[in-house]
Each structure stands twice: as C-alpha cells, then as structure tokens.
Design a protein around this ligand. Structure first.
Ligand code: KG4
Ligand code: ZN
Length: 348
C-alpha cells in the first residue's frame, strides 16, 4: 500500500479559515462532516456605524483577530497542531483585502506545520455546509442565497458545480439590506425585515420578477426600486409608510420567486435533493415556505442550522474535504481571488 492509499483510510482533520467578508472564523472539521470547533468573530457591530461593510476596516479587523481565532479553534478541537491533516482557506470570492488576511494566515500555518494547503471556494463552502447536517445525494440542486450571491447550482456528482441560474443584478441579501435601510433598520437588515414580515397582518402589493419563462435567473433590483418608491410616495404625501406591510410584501415576492424557481430546477434536473444555503437561508419565512412546498411535492430538502448558514469556517472545512479526497492541494504561492469561479473550482 503506498502513502496515498494509507492517507485515504486515515481520519482527516482540516483546520479551516474564513475571512471573505466581515466574519473572522476558524474551525476544525473531521472527515468533512464532523465539526470539532467553529469559532466565529463577527465585525457587524463595527460596520453597523457605517451602514454596511467597509472593506479597509474589515481587513484591519481580520488582522487583529485571525491568530487568536485560529488558536482558539485548535484548542477547542482538542487536537494538537501536529494531528491536523491540512489547512484550508477561502481563496474567493469576497473582498480582496479581507481574503488576503486569511490566505496569508493559512499559508503561514501550513508552511510552519508542513501540512498541505487547500484553497477553497466560499460558495462551495455554503453548499457543503449541508453535509455538516446530512449526507448529500446526487444529482442535487443548491439554492444559494447570500449577501453577495443568488444562484441555482446543479451538482450531478460530488464536488461538481454547474451554475444554471444567477441574479442579473442585486443578490437577494443585498436587496434585503437595502430595503431594510429604507425602512430604517440597522445593518445587516435581513433579519429585521424577516421579523417585521412575520409580525405584519398586511402585505403591500409588489411585483414578482420571473424573467423569461424558462430562465432560472433572478432579478431583484426592480423589486427593490418598487419598495423604495412606495416608501418615498407615502412620505411625500406626509404619511408614515406601513413598514410592516412593505416588509411582508417584499418578503412574499422574494420567497415566491425563489421557491418556484428552485422547485422547477429540481424537476428539470431530475434532482433527488434540494439544498438551501447562504446567509438568507436563515430567513424564517423562506425556510417555512420552502419546507412546506417540498413536503407537498415530495422533494427531499436540507437546510443547515443558522450558524452554518451565515459565514463560518466549518463550511469551508466541509468543502475543503472534497479537495483532500482528490488530493488537489495549493502551493504556498496561493493568492486571494475575489472573482474565483465556482464551476472552475469543481474537483477534477
Ligand atoms: O452568507 P452571508 O453571511 O454573507 C455573504 O457571503 O454574503 O449572508 C449575509 C446576508 C446579509 O445580506 C443578511 O442581511 C442576510 O444574509 N440575512 C438574512 C437573514 N439573516 C441574514 N436575510 C433575510 N432574512 C434573514 N433572517
Ligand atoms: Zn457567505
């Protein structure tokens, strides 16, 4: 048996690092599915004062905390550094300065320990967060809904990603945050809109944007503008806008389109599972609507718990395991890539 074969039978412990946006996170994940530790330090309180993420501030904050977070992840895992199999890091997509901090930290650790380095795709991480809760079956469809992405991804087999639909303008989380800002909620406003929508009895009438009949693409900027018009019109009339009804109308429009297109993609691809992932997967309205529809249609739906929906390093450890299995390691000259393609990241 050669060294590679022996390695294949060993347990794999990956220390993963995630710094693509405003969460500094490190985790240790066993065999791509068992989370031994998952430390997340959110910068939200810092960015809230600016009404959104300030890239330079994010980078500085990552620099301040990354070493401590990585040490804590290792400590909580109960492992020694020598027991790690590999070090993984989000290479992209994300904010370049923020990604750079994680990439440098992961490269330094991999070099110091003489362990393989695994370059990981942030969205593959969001998708494989589902493997932390359930075995993924193929072919499957992933509905990715985050602050920067809204995508329908077809996976015909493990580690193979085909983008069949994407947003043509705003990502759904971005639309949530902009609508929230118009209503006056703090950043990030998605959870506040979700709560207001659940509490309102009325829903403002807002458009559904379906695009061409066969398209799996999305568009949310028209809906966002319709919300802003509604708010401005009532303010101009000297009225207080019914923010609850606006939040509910907006959320209903978003959910109807997301659910419909996801189910159509499942049917079109003959998928046996639907995975929901990304920060907006924490949305209670979306989770409930999708679960109800999947139940009625007999579709097997997987949704990770909230902690694995928003940015975290455990999901990066789960995705990195794909490249551990295929032995695709990065060199120490790895660079952050803010535009990294998901399809190109597929395992070979
Ligand atoms: O995946 P994520 O943590 O970061 C990105 O990679 O973008 O997603 C963050 C986004 C933000 O836009 C935030 O407002 C949204 O997820 N979000 C929500 C909810 N929780 C987080 N949007 C709607 N409803 C929620 N409950
Ligand atoms: Zn994310």
């Amino acid at each position: 048996m050669d060294i590679q074969d022996t390695r294949k039978n060993e347990d794999c412990y990956i220390l993963a690092v995630e710094t693509s946006c405003d969460e500094t996170s490190a985790a240790v994940v066993k065999n791509g599915k068992e989370v031994l530790s998952n430390i997340i330090s959110s910068q939200i309180d810092t960015h809230r004062a600016f009404g959104g993420v300030v890239p330079e501030v994010a980078s500085r904050k990552h620099v301040e905390s990354i070493t401590l977070i990585m040490e804590e992840a290792l400590k909580q895992s109960g492992l020694s550094a020598r027991q790690l199999s590999a070090v993984a890091v989000t290479q992209g997509p994300g904010l370049v300065g923020a990604l750079l901090v994680g990439v440098m930290a992961a490269k330094s650790l991999a070099f110091a320990l003489d362990k393989p380095l695994i370059a990981t795709h942030h969205i593959a991480g969001h998708i494989y967060a589902n493997r932390l809760v359930e075995e993924i079956r193929y072919p499957c469809i992933a509905l990715v809904v985050s602050g920067g992405h809204t995508e329908l991804v077809l996976m015909e087999r493990e580690g193979h990603f085909r983008l069949i639909g994407r947003t043509r303008d705003d990502a759904v989380g971005e639309a949530y945050d902009k609508v929230a800002r118009a209503i006056g909620y703090p950043y990030p406003g998605g959870p506040y809109v979700d709560k207001a929508a659940a509490e309102s009895m009325d829903a403002a009438e807002l458009p559904r944007v379906w695009l061409e009949p066969e398209s799996y693409d999305f568009s949310f900027s028209g809906l966002k503008s319709a919300v802003l018009n509604l708010v401005n019109q009532s303010k101009m009339k000297g009225e207080t806008p019914d923010y609850g009804a606006i939040a509910r109308g907006f959320q209903e429009s978003v959910i109807e389109v997301l659910v419909e297109k996801a189910i159509r993609a499942v049917r079109g691809a003959g998928a046996v599972q639907l995975l929901l992932c990304g920060g907006v997967a924490a949305n209670r309205g979306l989770r409930t609507a999708l679960a109800g529809r999947c139940e009625r249609e007999g579709v097997d739906l997987v949704i990770p718990p909230n902690v694995y929906c928003t940015d975290n390093a455990a999901m990066i450890g789960a995705a990195a395991y794909l490249k551990w299995t295929s032995r695709e390691f990065a060199s120490l000259s790895l660079k952050a890539d803010p535009g990294l393609s998901l399809e190109a990241w597929s395992v070979s």
